[in-house]
Design a protein around this ligand. Sequence first.
Ligand SMILES: C[S@@+](CC[C@H](N)C(=O)[O-])C[C@H]1O[C@@H](n2cnc3c(N)ncnc32)[C@H](O)[C@@H]1O
Length: 338
Amino acid sequence: MSNKWHQFNLPDTIRIQSTPGKGRECIATQTIPANTTLLTVLPYVTGIFDNNKKRLCAVCVCTHPTKCFSLHCASCDQVYFCSAACRDAYTQDHRDSGCCDILRKLASLKKVDRHCKSVAKLVVMIYWQRRTRPDPLVDALESHYDHWPADVKLDWHRVRQFLWQQFRAADWLRPDETDTDIMHLASKIESNSFGLYLERRADVVAGRALYLPASMFNHDCDNNCEVEQWTEEDLEDEQVSIPSHDLGHPTDPPQPMATMYPSVFTQPRGKNRQMFIKTTRDVQANEPLTISYIDTQLPVATRRQLLAQDYYFACTCLRCAMESATLAKSKKQKSKKK
Ligand SMILES: C[S@@+](CC[C@H](N)C(=O)[O-])C[C@H]1O[C@@H](n2cnc3c(N)ncnc32)[C@H](O)[C@@H]1O
């Protein structure tokens, strides 16, 4: 086993194995019962989507319970904070404003695909962060850049040029680094990051984050593990109850109390967005440990299409193989009948 895989800091219950057609995958080293938490990971880097940047704290990644945070980084205006403590943690880390300059320019870049912009935000943060907190695991992540179709590469053209120029001017590049390396990082982010959901709104993806050790978990349409995220605690402690008629017209009939939250909290609302990976059923020793990247309730053709289109791979799981074979057989029988 390569030494670099040990750097993923996985627990003793997991080893990494390289499997043809699947790359590296996590394997159970022993029998693991259902509902066992295998990993608890903090994000290496998080990027909140522009349309939710006021709703999620850029440091602890908690969600404002009802509206928007007002504290923000005055230098770039791209990141918002739940509390002065989170703002101070961020600005202390970003005292050198190079990151803010690039984030601000990126936000105002015109005629750029929104998805590219949101991935590029993480690229900037990783390049900035690696100057003080490099992590060799970022280099070890899998990239599918070489498989990107020409139209996707074209969508990226402007952002690619922008990042290359900015990183060069800021002196952030390693001596032999090229603009293709920047694109490989963009692809690694696409293939290895996890969606950040609004707390209590599991249907709204509000950003994405890299949880490095979790990036070693492959997809399976019959997965035996699941991912959970968690942040907030004591959410209710700062809510203020206001009689609703204070908010409405004085002649309105009396209403029950309404709950309000301040736009700046006295304490950080969370302890970063932790990710848990836990088993959903009993797993045998030497069995691959897998999660699902997509909705596994979908029919096989749709699942395979989504995985190819969004993740650039043809799923080699047993369920796909069996359902694809059944589908092919029934199509053959139908065409014979005709
Ligand atoms: C998050 S990474 C998982 C770790 C990866 N295998 C590696 O070696 O770095 C996701 C990548 O793993 C591969 N992969 C994951 N699940 C797969 C599956 N069911 N079939 C084939 N390849 C898979 C794909 O290349 C995918 O882009």
